[in-house]
Design a binder for this molecule. Sequence first.
Ligand code: NAP
Length: 191
Amino acid sequence: MANRDSQVTIHMAASLDGFIARRDGRVDWLETADEIAGGETMDPGFVEAFLKTIDCYVMGSRTYETALRFEAEGFGWAYGDKPTFVLTSRELPRTRDTVQFYSGDLATFVNDRLRPTFPTIWFVGGGVVSGECLRLGLADEVRYSILPILIGDGIPFFEKLDRDIALHLMEVKAYKSGMVELRYEVRGRRD
Ligand SMILES: NC(=O)c1ccc[n+]([C@@H]2O[C@H](COP(=O)([O-])OP(=O)(O)OC[C@H]3O[C@@H](n4cnc5c(N)ncnc54)[C@H](OP(=O)(O)O)[C@@H]3O)[C@@H](O)[C@H]2O)c1
């Protein structure tokens, strides 16, 4: 039984033309050189406090493989000590106790296993899993961080949606770095 008090958020960063990675998976373009006067800055204390409000992460196997690669290159693990659920049908390396693997029906997993336990559930990509989450009507909120760059081609934010999904704009923040953060509620979820 789904816990109606829990919240499923999809969050990713994308180029202005809607790509989360180049076709070959590279995200080198995430570092941009823009600067705008009067933009907001990320206060590390605020970010740390905010991350504490996230109870678990969900990601696709290709995003997990990117995270493992980043870690091997010395950039650390972005998901702290929070439970991190990786969707995969393959045998992948498990580098920490907080990582668990799941294969199967995503709606059953989110509604029966995650929602009763975790109030705040963050889907952190990639495009395949975000598309699956929206198609199945599982997301309550979409957070979209747009970077000041166009890359022309790549992996789209949401793979293969089969219908329109109406959103309600909740918040807009423009950062000094030129990044714009949009927060939307998925309409009809709370009715
Ligand atoms: N810009 C950003 O904020 C951002 C965020 C996240 C990711 N990314 C980038 O996006 C790329 C990855 O995105 P992607 O769309 O290609 O892949 P993805 O969504 O990360 O992973 C898709 C894979 O997850 C597995 N999967 C999905 N649903 C499943 C289910 N219900 N049961 C079992 N397995 C399931 C399948 O792989 P198996 O073959 O393992 O079963 C599927 O091919 C990477 O390059 C990453 O760096 C960028």
